[in-house]
Design a binder for this molecule. Structure first.
Ligand code: GMT
Length: 378
């Protein structure tokens, strides 16, 4: 088998979002596997902070550049420049770009500048289904996909969608996301749960970046229906543009007293570990990493049947899937799980089992290492 490159750069979004989380967790595991990993970004990635020991990965800050004549700081050009430095100074052999635009574009640019370093691009969704398909970016996105040395997608749905939207015949390898099942576990200490709910209350949770695609108002509507039938509380974890509307709607529906808006924080496993049900009503989701993290914590998932979610959440086994926007169906499914202890426990156990088998890092990380190896040989 071809050898995995020794030095790998990672380009990703650094804020709260599944792609940056996957990029970070993968980069850390690749570093643990003995490779030298160089994160390149405008900030330390969301979940990387605090995780860098002496042997840990490098972080190269992409500088901003403000000049009176320029109306923009041109961060992609700065990223290509910083990455070129890492390639030239450290001998980086391969760049793993998470997202076609802007990261694969910057990586392809750095490859052209240096005449070295191969590019593996992982598609996560928003670059294909939302932003990349916009006429303003179509050609740039297609170019990034076609000129990468290897392309992966986080679900079969996304691979198919990419071929359809961009009319490309490019080979796209599907590598599902993974979850650290050692960290994402059930929290059994009743004192932790008691901070948020009484023992007789069902604890429902939603985690996202509150963009319109997440349909957070559906979470609030669903919760109102559930809470009118059984004692329950809602934890809203994350932050983003739709948070004020969700807050206002909870006020209108009279559930604000039973809803906690916890804001954004990286240690989401603590909250998932004490929850009874995860709601994911997104209208589009190429994978749904947050749902997988919940499953790992033995939390059943009720989600909208969108995009790649059915590849993660098995309807009737690890949760229930309902049509997008159908809050009545979502509430019925939630009540079904929460009222039937055997079903609740069975779905939680099945979710954990899926995390330990189909989505375990031991299964997924070697697939990336093999892809890296093939790419530097090819
Ligand atoms: O949708 C988000 O919250 C963020 C977004 C991102 O790009 O960071 O997530 C995308 O990538 C995740 C990791 O692969 C997937 O789990 C999400 O489903 C995907 N989001 C969408 O497709 C909308």
């Amino acid at each position: 088998a071809p050898a995995t490159p020794e030095k790998i750069a990672v380009l990703c979004h650094t804020g709260a979002g599944g792609s940056g989380v996957v990029a970070t967790e993968l980069g850390l595991l690749v570093a643990q596997a003995g490779r030298e990993v160089h994160f390149v970004g405008s900030a330390v990635p969301f979940r990387l902070s605090g995780q860098r020991g002496l042997q840990g990965p490098y972080f190269h800050q992409v500088g901003g550049f403000a000049y009176a004549l320029f109306d923009q700081p041109y961060p992609e050009l700065a990223a290509a420049n910083t990455l070129s430095e890492a390639i030239l100074e450290h001998g980086v052999q391969l760049t793993h770009a998470h997202y076609a635009i802007p990261h694969a574009t910057a990586a392809i640019h750095a490859r052209a500048i240096t005449g070295r370093s191969r590019v593996v691009t992982t598609l996560h969704g928003t670059d294909v289904t939302l932003v990349g398909a916009e006429p303003a970016f179509r050609h740039t996105t297609r170019h990034a996909i076609e000129r990468s040395d290897h392309v992966t997608a986080v679900s079969h749905f996304l691979a198919e969608q990419t071929r359809e939207v961009f009319g490309t015949a490019r080979e796209i390898e599907v590598i599902h996301n993974f979850v650290d099942a050692g960290r994402f576990v059930r929290v059994t200490d009743p004192a932790v749960r008691a901070r948020f709910a009484h023992p007789d209350e069902a604890l429902i949770v939603h985690v996202s970046n509150f963009r319109p695609v997440k349909r957070v108002e559906d979470v609030v509507q669903t919760f109102a229906r559930v809470a009118s039938e059984i004692p329950a509380r809602l934890l809203m974890v994350g932050d983003g543009p739709e948070r004020p509307r969700a807050f206002e709607l909870a006020g209108q529906l009279g559930t604000l007293g039973r809803t906690h808006f916890l804001g954004s924080f990286p240690d989401v496993q603590t909250v998932l570990g004490i929850s009874d049900l995860f709601l994911l009503p997104s209208s589009n989701e190429s994978f749904g990493l947050a749902a997988l993290e919940a499953m790992s914590c033995e939390v059943p998932v009720v989600a909208a049947r969108a995009g790649g979610v059915p590849e993660v959440v098995e309807d009737g086994v690890t949760g229930f899937l309902v049509p997008v926007g159908d809050v009545d169906a979502m509430a019925d499914a939630a009540l079904r799980v929460l009222r039937d202890r055997a079903l609740y426990l069975g779905m939680g156990a099945a979710g954990r089992q899926a995390a330990l088998t189909r989505f375990h890092p031991d299964l997924i990380v070697p697939r990336y290492l093999e892809a890296y190896a093939r790419t530097v040989q090819g």
